[in-house]
Design a protein. Sequence first.
Length: 148
Amino acid sequence: MEHKKIKELISCYLDGELETEQRRTFEAHIQDCQDCRRELEGMKKFEEVMGMLKLKKPQKEVWEDYWSSVYNRLERRIGWVLLSLGGAILLFFGLYKLVEGLIMDASLPFVLKFGILVFLAGIAVLFVSLFKEQLFVRKRERYKEVQK
């Protein structure tokens, strides 16, 4: 087996994941190659040290702060969604009443009515376009998990 391939198999050997033939070839190479043997010994020592490490369990207060933070963020998001939804409903209802009033008002010339309606349609199209772009960017933001 190639020298480079043997080095790639060191962790598999230590984890007992090599098939019988691969293991025999690996062990034969290790007997002959001092460089690979040193690498194997270094990896064994590394695994031994890593095995002795224990993860520190967070204190109860840390967990309570974490869950409180999650709850607060969730609560704020729901609040913003409801506020935005209510604002959009009021805005669209107001625009509907404005358009209805323009159409029903016989004293306004047709050109003025048409101009106002086209203006309002343009604002609506821009608003929808901006909303869609923000959703698109939010879904595909690559660095949203990076904290400043």
